[in-house]
Design a protein around this ligand. Structure first.
Ligand code: PGA
Length: 259
């Protein structure tokens, strides 16, 4: 099943607007020839508009790092998905583990955000993943299924392909500890089979990214796994050379020559 791989840089709370512009200018120059991999960057919200402008006319997409579940109202500090779109974003990361951990996001809230992002015409990147304690307790699959249930509550069969999923084991995020390719593949395959039971064969066309300490040295091996369709990259997306290398490794791992 050919799925176009997708690699997105999650910049988190890094980069000033000027630094972000410098980074995307390099990405734009170095990745212009890459057509086989979808590429995106998720800058801080206030940098979205200038960065989207700088990327106009390129295939590099811009993503919000989060979005609110309501369109407008008395929600101090919140950003509606339509505003992300207004600023030039076409995607939004939803349910990142840092949002769940530090901002108290529940599966239910995450589901509402996915619905709001879809309604605004954005591609939600729905993140799921277990903590170390959950993995040690043998609860990985159960935790991820609960996150999928909540996150996909508003997603009917026809909408599934408007989403991208990201499997990010919490113990591998920002720790330098990557899931082994076999560990990641095992969870990706489980997610896909869970989705197949619910959405049928459409699940075979959904892209599932891996995230958690992806770097130039491990990207190719991870991307060679059958059910891994790209990467959500944190730390290694902050340097053009590292991010470019991950995109190129993804291309060589996922795209058969001549295909
Ligand atoms: P990391 O972050 O690559 O720095 O581990 C990944 C993420 O949080 O999306």
């Amino acid at each position: 099943m050919a799925r176009t791989p997708i690699v997105v840089g999650n910049w988190k709370l890094h980069k000033t607007i000027a630094e972000g512009l410098a980074l995307v200018t390099e990405l734009k120059n170095q990745l212009a020839a890459v057509r086989e991999v979808e590429i995106g960057v998720a800058p801080v919200a206030v940098a979205l508009q200038p960065i989207a402008k700088r990327l106009e006319g390129t295939a590099i997409r811009v993503a919000g790092q989060d979005c609110h579940w309501e369109e407008r109202g008395a929600w101090t500090g919140a950003i509606a998905p339509t505003l992300l779109a207004d600023a030039g974003a076409t995607m939004a990361i939803v349910g990142h583990s840092e949002r769940r951990q530090h901002f108290g996001e529940t599966d239910e809230r995450v589901g509402a955000k996915v619905g709001a992002a879809l309604a605004a015409g954005l591609t939600p990147i729905l993140c799921v993943g277990e903590t170390e304690a959950e993995r040690d307790a043998g609860a990985t699959f159960r935790r991820i299924e609960t996150q999928l249930e909540g996150g996909l509550a508003a997603v009917g069969g026809d909408a599934l392909l408007k989403l991208v999923l990201a499997y990010e084991p919490v113990w591998a995020i920002g720790t330098g500890r990557t899931a082994t390719p076999a560990q990641a593949q095992e969870v990706h395959a489980h997610i896909r089979s869970w989705l197949r039971a619910r959405y049928g064969e459409t699940a075979d066309r959904l892209r599932i990214q891996y995230g958690g300490s992806v770097k130039p040295s491990n990207a190719e091996e991870l991307m060679r796994q059958e059910d891994i369709d790209g990467a959500l990259v944190g730390g290694a997306s902050l340097e053009a050379a590292d991010f470019v290398s991950i995109v190129k490794s993804t291309r060589s791992a996922r795209i058969r020559p001549g295909a």
